[in-house]
Design a binder for this molecule. Structure first.
Ligand code: NAP
Length: 338
């Protein structure tokens, strides 16, 4: 089979395509023919030295994939040849409290990921793909989709009448917009692009604020809610956006802390945090049970993931470059086999 590996994280040129022996499923494993993988900011962050956890070179990158089961090992009872599946982002977090060993499973950083043609994986580390989605679409659910799902469903699920703030037009934010709209919540979005503002409105955002032109966008968002603030902030900007997110959040609202897209880090004012009246929750994608729930929600609501561009397997480097350009809206996908 063919597989990409990052020989080092010095540059994208270190992403090399190799011929490798086909993996064989061991006891309890299935062999997946990988049809599509989707990229996430973390795949770039590793390359640019911005990933907040250790990354080991030499591994197959990319955490998110969908494909078809083509062989099963001894003792496999949950899947059969021909099943359409998606990989779980955390292959050994099934539900409940996050295991302390979670880091050692991190695809692309600590273990081989999915940018390859065939992968042998535990039957516990995959779930069925929703019937209504193509492989390309299903490949976008394991990280970006599930992260948005976790941000909106825990501990107080977002519902009709709530307002959600999403930041920018990347994979997590667009899923959060779609999932919030699916339950009848209002969505306010931010973006740095006038063209994307129109696309965000077309996807259901009731208002869009340009964060590049309006440095006090948190206040503007609060104004748009009549001064009450938003019930949930899908916080993907991190250190450079948290102060504005606190301004935008309602008393009793929640900042779901997800990302670290911003490069500046001015620090957090403790008193702003204390007096905001909002709570702060750290999100680490979500567990396998959450991915199953998301799959059912996608199927029931007929949600179609927004795929910005699909690259051929041979053009994997161009997919990384496209993601890094920030010109995408939604997800960037690589088709591994047809
Ligand atoms: N903790 C977790 O569980 C978890 C899970 C998934 C992702 N993440 C993190 O969440 C973040 C988003 O991931 P992603 O894969 O969705 O990213 P992505 O698709 O690469 O998002 C890129 C978009 O984000 C927007 N953006 C960039 N800088 C921004 C800023 N300073 N403020 C507001 N928006 C900004 C831009 O939108 P415009 O062009 O519209 O301005 C850009 O196009 C990343 O930091 C990622 O590592 C964390």
């Amino acid at each position: 089979m063919k597989a990409y590996r990052f020989d080092s994280f010095d540059s994208l040129d270190e992403l090399r395509l190799r011929d490798e022996p086909d993996p064989r499923p061991q006891r309890g494993e299935v062999l997946v023919r990988v049809h599509a993988v989707s990229l996430n900011f973390r795949d770039l962050a590793m390359l640019r030295g911005r990933y907040p956890r250790p990354c080991h070179p030499g591994l197959i990158p990319v955490s998110d994939a969908a494909g078809e089961v083509v062989d099963v090992g001894e003792g496999v009872s949950s899947f059969k040849v021909g099943d359409r599946v998606m990989g779980a982002f955390h292959p050994r977090w099934f539900g409940g409290e996050m295991p302390s060993t979670i880091q050692s499973d991190s695809y692309g950083a600590e273990s081989d990921g999915w940018l390859c043609e065939l992968k042998a994986v535990s039957q516990e580390a995959i779930v069925r793909a929703p019937d209504a989605l193509t492989y390309v679409e299903a490949s976008t659910l394991p990280c970006a989709g599930l992260t948005a799902w976790t941000a909106l469903t825990g501990p107080t699920p977002i519902r009709a009448g709530h307002t959600v703030l999403v930041q920018g037009s990347g994979g997590v934010s667009i899923f959060a917009l779609q999932l919030a709209r699916a339950v009848g919540a209002s969505v306010i979005a931010t973006t740095s692009s006038a063209a994307k503002a129109e696309q965000l409105k077309a996807l259901g955002a009731s208002a869009v604020v340009n964060y590049a032109e309006d440095p006090q966008w948190g206040r503007s968002v609060r104004k748009l809610t009549g001064g009450r603030g938003v019930d949930r902030v899908v916080e993907v900007g991190g250190p450079g956006t948290i102060a504005q997110s606190l301004r935008a959040a309602a008393v009793g609202g929640e900042i779901a802390s997800i990302g670290f897209l911003s490069t500046e880090n001015p620090g957090i004012d403790f008193f702003q945090l204390k007096t905001s009246g909002a709570s702060f929750r750290n999100i680490t994608v979500g567990d396998r049970n959450g991915l199953l729930e998301l799959g059912r929600a996608v199927q029931a609501s007929r949600l179609k993931p927004i795929v910005d561009h699909v690259f051929a397997f041979e053009d994997a480097k161009a997919a990384f470059t496209h993601l890094e350009s920030g010109s995408h809206l939604g997800k960037v996908v690589i088709r591994c086999v047809d």
